[in-house]
Write a protein of this length. Structure first.
Length: 164
């Protein structure tokens, strides 16, 4: 009985550690998507994804806008259209809700609500809320994104943004 309890506790700790690794990876992804940024650590962004990862827009607004990208190079190429040194965003910040993460046997899936506040280089501001559904694999002790899905739920212009 004592061995079963130790094994059960070890399994539970492994699940909690994987869930925390997943949250850390997604938080790092969101942080890297924030602007301004003086230089962009593309190697850090690449390390968050598995080699054959999928990144896709879902739902009526994002399916056509983003489509489905397969493989780390395609994902990084798409992100390069939005992140420095691209002038797409003047300022951009992502706020990530707590979310729910299910984890077992080195894989995990989670769902979060994300808010994105953006000021565009060409003018205009926007608040977007999206549902993120993300699958992860544990590789060499790090949770890496293997399937990232984003669906726009809400959007609105921002009034009177404060300029720093």
């Amino acid at each position: 009985m004592e061995h079963d309890t130790a094994a059960t506790l070890a399994e539970r700790v492994a699940v909690l550690e994987l869930q925390e690794a997943v949250r850390a990876t997604l938080s790092r992804y969101m942080d890297l998507c924030d602007v301004p940024r003086h230089s962009f650590p593309w190697e850090d962004m690449a390390s968050l994804f598995t080699e054959h990862a999928v990144w896709e827009g879902t739902g009526p607004e994002y399916t056509g806008k983003f489509g489905r990208l397969e493989g780390r190079p395609a994902i990084l190429a798409m992100l390069a259209n939005f992140l420095p040194p691209s002038p797409h965003f003047k300022r951009n910040v992502h706020l990530l809700g707590n979310g729910l993460v299910a984890a077992a046997d080195g894989t995990a899936s989670g769902q979060w609500i994300m808010q994105q506040l953006s000021e565009y280089d060409g003018g205009g501001t926007e608040l977007i809320s999206a549902r993120l559904t993300v699958d992860f694999e544990l590789i060499d002790g790090t949770a890496r994104i293997c399937h990232f899905r984003t669906e726009k739920l809400f959007t609105a212009g921002l009034v009177n943004p404060v300029h720093a």
